[in-house]
Write a protein that binds this ligand. Structure first.
Ligand code: ADP
Ligand code: MG
Ligand code: MG
Length: 888
């Protein structure tokens, strides 16, 4: 076998789909399709090794490459019966890039290579279609000049526009042979003027120029940025595929298009895509002409003839090939095809990008059909993507003022202020405002803006345009091709449906229906039934860890239960003092200067807390509820100096000076490391006794009301010394005994602690003597392990990320090596003292899939996360179990 070059075609290939590291995704799958006997124009792929060689050796090509390419080209001539160069029937090729992971539109491609002043005449004769031949030639010059010679394509657009104007043609398709000849002459003159040299006529020179240009495109700034964003190593390199051309621009019986084996927005099992009659590949994505749909339902409401009607026989064939490819790869396929005078050719296939909703529907359908296992279906869904499905859509019964329509390119709804540039979207985002990015079409430079915006609206492009593909990947709503909307970026206005809207005005886009709506609209919660529920059931069957939610309000508890939470892992009691009346009670406690005032405040707070807990227990009906005793420093509850202080003093009937005095007493230089958590409880035991009493009374009442036994888990925060916990636990036990006597009934409860300080992790064996459970408070544990404050760390951690000092923000994904080691140690030491100790995690990390995977390896019993993350955690926990099983 050769070293650098791998051929494919005529039912055979040197490589297979498994060779993507070497042949790139495109080259490997072309080889696979050729082996499957599918109609693939023959060609050969130069392996990625050549790209690595190129960059390792001062941008020079390997020695044998020239010879191997010559041989492969000779074989290609024999297979196609055409000759590369000046023969009667010229062989034309495309030179295509292809990396291991798809990098759509980032690398370069040249089509129709091999044409020159002589071979274009031969092509005109051989095809009997001179208009086609000259159209191909001018396309080639244009592409070659931009990709290989580095000229700006606007240079050529001007020339075409001039010829069109002179001839009175409106569309490219109206231009005749002589016009194209004029265009070509214009191109050649422009190139000679710009570069001081002639357009290369030698096909060999053209070929090597294109091969090197494709290799160089690996390092173009777009590609470099894309790789950084997607974690693609530079060392992978690109393959170069040289493939004999097939032509979709031979007239009305010819076409080019893109097909998905299923609908990538909904997952529906129907061929989905777009095509353009009489066109070449690049035209579909370029957005110059509006592509036609493939099928009738997709064409709904449009007057463009679907492929199903325009080319019924070819369409059936395409459908069959699509089915075969999907069954073969067991994945949604995104296919490029070209029809040359009625004959269908496949030019590319790859796993298709899809919305989160479609991903679930497809994975479930494939597992139910037996194409993949349930475990595989679970592995295929990105847990983080589920969150987008849980977010609201527009309420069905509100009045919708539709001010524009376009293609439903990515589902879901979003509201925001109109912005016309990605920079504006980022600015708004930075100031906490929401935007809808409105553009003629997006390009890779807009990725940042698309991230920053809530949704994307474009006036050009189809459902496979850049905007549509990227938005679906991000899970953002998108409407594309809203052709009736006019944008004036300079004046920062858009004209639609007789209205003029200025940047900053609020619109809503419905990406599921393709409607642009005026103003902000009420949204509703999605229904989590059907495939979503099925997938969640499968996840629940597999996962070992339980999933609880962090919740303190009844709304949060209800949402959490709706999303399948199996308990509350963190109820932050201080959050129950946010409303005005409660805040007042809290303040009178803090400001009390005698026992009577203090007792009155405590009595009032006890009644409020009891009512809160009762509500939570009723909603959770016997599921575990972990209640964390008061955690933050007291001064957070005092009014701000000035007017607020005056008002509070008046409401409480005290001297404002008393508030100022108290604020001064409680002032701390570093509150994060201050008098909070268990420290506060030791200073003011009466406060936690009040909380314990409220909890126990609520337990008794809830038990009576629901008939279900409640076992509260009382959690003491910020413990470092084992004796801190012992001190508090003794007090809680005394309260329990008193409540049991009052009610004449028995109470079951657990007392435990958070492990959120390094000392606690180290002394976990001792702490476990009075702790019946550990909950890892990973926000504080991360802060205290690193000695950095989460609230202030954004600036330098981003710098660390950018400069490659760290790979992940430790406040988002657990730092396994440091913080993780503490968790490991504490779990082990705790279990040594108390083998049946319950272990959980309640920090922000409890909803992060990578951190959940870590929790599985430590053997935690549950993770607790915010209500909207519960489904994410259920799936991530299932994946973690599957991964652990695979390890063993
Ligand atoms: P990208 O990776 O940007 O999609 P491709 O290499 O796939 O670039 O090529 C761009 C377009 O040209 C695609 O639509 C493709 O189908 C088309 N194309 C590539 N090679 C050929 C060929 N040999 N014959 C006809 N069309 C081709
Ligand atoms: Mg492609
Ligand atoms: Mg904490």
């Amino acid at each position: 076998m050769t070293n650098w070059v791998y051929t494919f075609g005529g039912g055979k290939a040197d490589g297979t789909a498994r060779d993507r590291d070497r042949l790139g995704g495109k080259g490997a799958n072309l080889a696979e399709m050729a082996r499957l006997g599918l109609p693939v124009p023959p060609g050969f792929t130069i392996a990625t090794d050549a790209c690595r060689h190129f960059y390792a050796n001062g941008r020079t090509l390997p020695d044998n490459l020239q010879r191997e390419v010559q041989e492969a080209l000779g074989a290609l001539e024999r297979l196609t019966g055409k000759t590369f160069g000046d023969g009667d029937d010229p062989l034309l090729v495309s030179v295509r890039s292809g990396s291991r992971e798809s990098m759509p539109g980032m690398l370069d491609t040249v089509l129709n290579l091999g044409l020159n002043d002589k071979s274009v005449e031969a092509l005109a004769r051989a095809s009997g279609n001179p208009a086609f031949a000259y159209d191909s030639y001018r396309r080639f010059i244009q592409m070659y000049a931009s990709v290989v010679l580095g000229l700006d394509h606007s240079l050529f657009e001007e020339i075409i526009d001039r010829v069109k104007e002179e001839s009175g043609a409106t569309r490219d398709g109206d231009l005749k042979v002589d016009h194209w000849r004029g265009v070509i002459d214009g191109y050649k003159i422009a190139i000679a003027e710009e570069l001081d040299e002639q357009f290369p006529q030698d096909p060999g020179e053209q070929l090597w120029g294109a091969i090197q240009a494709v290799l160089k495109s690996w390092m173009n700034p777009r590609a470099v940025t894309f790789r950084t964003l997607h974690n693609i190593p530079e060392g992978w390199g690109t393959a170069v595929t040289v493939q004999s051309m097939v032509f979709g621009n031979m007239g009305e019986g010819s076409a080019t298009g893109v097909a998905f084996t299923r609908d990538p927005a909904t997952g529906e099992d129907n061929l989905y895509g777009e095509f353009l009659p009489n066109a070449q590949g690049e035209d579909v994505v370029a957005g110059i002409r509006t592509p036609h749909p493939l099928t009738k339902p997709q064409a709904h409401g449009s007057d463009l003839v679907p492929m199903e009607d325009a080319m019924p026989v070819t369409f059936q064939e395409l459908k069959e090939f699509a089915r075969r490819l999907e069954n073969h790869f067991r994945e949604l396929q995104d296919i490029e095809f070209t029809v040359q005078a009625g004959k269908l050719w496949l030019l590319q296939t790859r796993d298709g990008k899809r919305s989160a909703r479609a991903a679930i529907r497809i994975a479930v359908a494939m597992a139910e059909k037996g194409l993949i296992s349930k475990a595989e279906a679970l592995r295929r869904i990105d847990p983080a993507s589920l969150e987008q499905l849980l977010h609201p859509t527009i309420s069905p019964d509100v009045e919708r003022i539709v001010i524009g329509r376009g293609l439903a390119a990515s589902p879901g709804a979003a509201t925001g202020e109109i912005v016309f540039t990605s920079e504006e979207a980022e600015q708004l985002r930075a100031s906490g405002r929401k935007s809808i990015l409105v553009r003629p079409e997006t390009s890779p430079e807009d990725i940042h803006g698309m991230h920053a915006a809530e949704g994307i609206l474009t006036t050009h492009g189809g459902t496979t345009s850049h905007a549509a593909v990227v938005a679906r990947g991000m899970g953002k709503p998108c409407i594309s091709g809203a052709g009736a909307i006019r944008i004036n970026t300079e004046k920062r206005v858009m004209l639609t449906g007789g209205r003029t809207l200025t940047a900053g005005e609020v619109i809503t886009i419905d990406g599921t229906r393709g409607e642009v709506l005026l103003g902000a609209l009420p949204m509703v919660q999605p229904e989590l039934s059907g495939d979503f529920a099925t997938l969640m059931d499968w996840a629940d069957d597999i996962r070992r860890m339980k999933v609880r939610a962090n919740a303190e309000t009844p709304e949060d508890a209800l949402t959490a239960r709706g999303f399948g939470a199996e308990g509350i892992g963190l109820c932050r009691t201080e959050r129950m003092f946010n409303d005005e009346e409660r805040l007042r009670a809290m303040r009178s406690f803090i400001l009390a200067d005698n026992n009577q005032a203090r007792d009155e405040a405590l009595t009032a707070m006890q009644a409020m807390q009891k009512a809160d807990f009762l509500e939570l227990f009723e909603i959770m009906r016997g599921l575990p509820v972990t209640i964390r005793l008061f955690d933050p420093p007291l001064h957070e509850f005092l009014p701000r100096p000035g007017r607020e202080t005056e008002q509070t003093a008046q409401a409480l009937g005290i001297d404002p000076e008393r508030i100022r005095q108290r604020a001064e007493d409680l002032h701390e230089v570093n509150p994060m490391l201050g008098n909070r958590g268990v420290r506060l409880a030791i200073c003011y035991p009466e406060f936690i006794e009040m909380q314990a009493r409220a909890i126990f009374q609520a337990v008794m009442e809830a038990g009576e009301k629901t008939g279900e036994k409640v076992v509260p888990e009382i959690m003491v925060p910020l413990v470092a010394y084992e004796r801190e916990l012992k001190f508090i636990k003794d007090r809680i036990d005394i309260v329990a005994v008193a409540v049991m006597e009052e009610w004449g009934a028995k109470l079951d409860y657990l007392v435990g602690t958070m492990i959120e300080l390094p000392r606690a992790a180290i002394r976990a064996d001792k702490i476990a003597e009075s702790s019946e459970f550990f909950s890892f408070g990973t926000n504080d544990l991360t802060q205290s392990t690193f000695g950095i404050s989460r609230d202030d760390s954004g600036l330098y951690l981003n710098e660390y990320l950018r400069k490659g000092v760290i790979d992940r923000d430790p406040f988002i994904t657990i730092d396994v090596d440091g913080v993780g080691e503490f968790i490991h140690m504490a779990a082990e030491r705790g279990q040594k003292t108390r083998p049946d100790i319950t272990l959980g995690i309640c920090g922000e990390h409890g909803g992060d899939p990578a951190s959940i995977a870590f929790c599985e390896t430590v053997g935690l019993h549950y993770v607790s996360c915010s209500p909207y993350r519960v489904p994410v955690a259920r799936l991530a926990a299932a994946q973690a179990t599957l991964a652990e099983r695979a390890e063993q």
